[in-house]
Ligand binder design. Structure first.
Ligand SMILES: Nc1ncnc2c1ncn2[C@@H]1O[C@H](COP(=O)(O)OP(=O)(O)OP(=O)(O)O)[C@@H](O)[C@H]1O
Ligand SMILES: [Mg+2]
Length: 343
C-alpha cells in the first residue's frame, strides 16, 4: 500500500432552484395576482479539517462530490427549500489548490477549520417578483443559477513530528520498524525506501508521536538528485530531525556533512531544526573503536552524539528519551493530531 498524500477531487455546488409562474386562485377573487415563489439556494461545498483523519486515502475511492440542488419555488409565494451544504472531511494540514492553475485556495490546519470551495447557485425568482403597475399578471420567472464546479488538488504534508534522515542504507527504515508498528521494506541496497514511511511511537504519557522514515538523501538532493527534493518537502513541518549515520561506514564525518549540506541547501529552516545525531550499527564496531569515533563526531557536531543499534535494539531507550526531551523543550505541541500511513 502506498501512502497517499495527494488527491484530486471534483466538487460541484448545488444549482439554485427555479422560480415559478403561478397565480392565486381563490373563490371570489376573480383575478388573483402572481404568486410564483422563488427557487431555493443550492448547497455549498466546504472542506473541513478533521483531527480524526490521517490520510487522503479516502479520496482514492471517491472523487466526485456534489452538493444538493435547491428546490423550485412553490405557489403562494413559497420559496423552495435550499440545499444542504456538503462538508467534506479532510485531515488537518491539507493544502487545497485549484488543480488547473495550481493557485492555493487555502490551508486547513486547525481542527474544525472550514474552506468554501464551491459556492452554490442562487435560486431563480418567481413571477411574484415581477408584479408592477403595468403588468398585473406577469408570466416571467427566472431559472436558478448553476453551482460552481471546481477541480481541486489536495495535498497533505505529512505531519510527522520527528523525521529520520540520513544517507541511503543508514538503517532509517530498520529504526522506525523497531520503534513503531510500521513495517517498511528493509534491504541492504540504497533507495530501498521510495516514499516516506510513517510510524506512531508511543510516548511514556500514552499518546503517540509520528515519526517519518524519509528516503535516503544523497549529495544534490536539494536540487532533486536521488529521491531528495520531494521528500525534503515532507520534513518541513517536523519539529525534530534524527540524523542517523552508519557507524560502520568508511567515512562517517563526510557522510554526516553530505546530509547537513543538503539540509542547508534546501533551506526552509531545515538547517536550524533541532537535531539529534545518532550513530547506528554500533554492534559492528568494537567498544574502543566506537568511543574514538563518537568523540570524533562529537567534536565535529559540537554536542553529544547518541550511539544505538537498530538491529539489536541496544540504547534505543536512550534515543527515545532524548527525543521526548527535545520535543518538550521545543514549542508547545500544536493541536494537530498525528498522521499515520505506510508504504
Ligand atoms: N544496527 C544495525 N546493524 C547492522 N545492520 C543494520 C543495522 N541497522 C540496519 N542495518 C542493515 O542496513 C541495511 C539498510 O537498512 P535500511 O533499509 O533500514 O536503511 P535505510 O536507511 O532505510 O535505507 P534507504 O535510504 O535505502 O531506504 C539493511 O540491510 C539493514 O538490515
Ligand atoms: Mg529505508
Amino acid at each position: 500500500m502506498h501512502f497517499i498524500d495527494q488527491a484530486r477531487i471534483a466538487v460541484k455546488a448545488g444549482r439554485g432552484g427555479d422560480g415559478i409562474v403561478a397565480f392565486r386562485r381563490e373563490k371570489y377573487v376573480p383575478a388573483g395576482g402572481p404568486s410564483g415563489g422563488d427557487g431555493g439556494r443550492g448547497g455549498d461545498v466546504l472542506l473541513v479539517a478533521d483531527a480524526n483523519l490521517q490520510t487522503l486515502l479516502d479520496f482514492k475511492y471517491r472523487r466526485i462530490f456534489e452538493a444538493v440542488d435547491g428546490r423550485r419555488g412553490g405557489p403562494n409565494r413559497c420559496t423552495g427549500a435550499s440545499g444542504d451544504a456538503l462538508r467534506i472531511k479532510v485531515p488537518c494540514g491539507t493544502e487545497v489548490r485549484d488543480a488547473r492553475t495550481g493557485i492555493l485556495l487555502g490551508d486547513l490546519t486547525r481542527p474544525g477549520e472550514e474552506l468554501l470551495v464551491a459556492a452554490a447557485g442562487r435560486g431563480g425568482l418567481g413571477n411574484a417578483h415581477y408584479l408592477s403597475n403595468r403588468n398585473r399578471a406577469p408570466e416571467k420567472c427566472t431559472e436558478g443559477k448553476e453551482g460552481e464546479e471546481w477541480l481541486l488538488q489536495l495535498e497533505l504534508k505529512l505531519l510527522a513530528e520527528v523525521g529520520i534522515i540520513g544517507l541511503p542504507n543508514a538503517g532509517k527504515s530498520t529504526l522506525i520498524s523497531v520503534l513503531s508498528a510500521a513495517r517498511p521494506k528493509i534491504a541492504d541496497y540504497p533507495f530501498t525506501t521510495l516514499v516516506p514511511n510513517l510510524g506512531v511511537v508511543r510516548r511514556p504519557s500514552g499518546d503517540g508521536t509520528v515519526f517519518a522514515d524519509i528516503p535516503g538523501l544523497i549529495a544534490g538532493a536539494a536540487q532533486g538528485a536521488g529521491l531528495g527534493h520531494d521528500f525534503l518537502r515532507h520534513i518541513e513541518r517536523t519539529r525534530l530531525l534524527v540524523h542517523l549515520v552508519d557507524a560502520a561506514s568508511e567515512a562517517v564525518l563526510s557522510d554526516l556533512q553530505v546530509v547537513e549540506r543538503e539540509l542547508a541547501a534546501y533551506g526552509h529552516g531545515l538547517e536550524r531544526r533541532p537535531r539529534l545525531v545518532v550513530l547506528n550499527k554500533i554492534e559492528l564496531l568494537d567498544p574502543a573503536e566506537l568511543e574514538l569515533l563518537r568523540a570524533e563526531v562529537e567534536g565535529h557536531c559540537g554536542r553529544s552524539v547518541l550511539a544505538v543499534s537498530a538491529a539489536t535494539g541496544s540504547h534505543l531507550d536512550s534515543l527515545l528519551a532524548a527525543v521526548w526531551r527535545e520535543l518538550d523543550i521545543g514549542a508547545p505541541r500544536e493541536t494537530e493530531e498525528p498522521v499515520m500511513g505506510e508504504a
